[in-house]
Design a protein around this ligand. Sequence first.
Ligand code: XBP
Ligand code: MG
Length: 242
Amino acid sequence: MAVRALIFDVDGTLAETEELHRIAFNRTFSEAGLPWVWDRDLYKQLLSVTGGRERIEHYARQVGAGDVDAAALHRRKTEFYNELMVPGTVELRPGVEDLLNRARAAGLDLAIGTTTSRPNVVGLMAATLGEDALSWFRSVRTGEDTKRKKPDPEVYKLVLADLGHRPEDCLIFEDSENGLRAARAVNVPTIITPSIYTGDNNFAGADYIFKNLDEPFSILKFTPEFIFGDVPTGVRDLLFHG
Ligand code: XBP
Ligand code: MG
C-alpha cells in the first residue's frame, strides 16, 4: 500500500471540538431568546444530523418552531464558536500533530474533508498549530463546498478530485458512522478514532479502529463482526513509527 495522501475529518477527529460547538449553539439560542438548551444527551442524538444549520432546522421542526431563521442562528453560532476557539481552549487529539509532521516529512499530501464551516477550520488550525498550518493541506473542503453533508460522499469526492490520487492510495481519518459511510462510498481505506460522542457508533466496515492515533494497539472492537486485520507494514511505519 503506497500511501500518498492523508485526508482528515475535523470535528471529533483532529480535535474534540463538539463540546465547543454545543456551547456555541446554546449561547446563540440564549441570545436569541429561544428556550432551547442542548444538553449532552440531546446533542448526542442531534449529531446524527450533520451540518450545524441542518441540525438547527431539524430541531426546530422537532419542537414545532419551523419559523426560526436557522441560517442567521447558524451564522451567529459560528461567530460564538470562533470567539471561544482561542489557543489553549482545544488541543489536537493524541498523535495528530505528530502524524501530520511525519506525513509532511514523508512528502505525503494532506487534506481536510469536513462538514463543519470553513471559519471553524481556520480557527482550529490557528488555535492549535498556528496561522500557517492551513497551508499544509493541499485540499480543504468544508460544509460550504457541498450541497449534501456526510454521510453523502460529496465532500470526499471534491477532495479526491483536488488531490488527483487513486482512492486506494489515500487514507481517511474519521470519528463517526456518518463519516465512515461517506469515506466507504469513495472506496478510501478508513481509520476510525471514536470521539466523545461517537463511541457507540457502528464502525463495521472500517479498515482500522484505534482509540487514538498514538495508541496503535489499544484496539477497541466495537462490533463482533469487526475483524481486526493486521496493520500493513506501510501503514504501521507511517502511523506508528514502524
Ligand atoms: C461535524 C459536524 C458539524 C459540527 C458543527 O463535522 O457535523 O456540523 O458538528 O459544525 P465533521 P457546523 O465532518 O468535521 O465531523 O455548525 O459548522 O456545521
Ligand atoms: Mg467528525
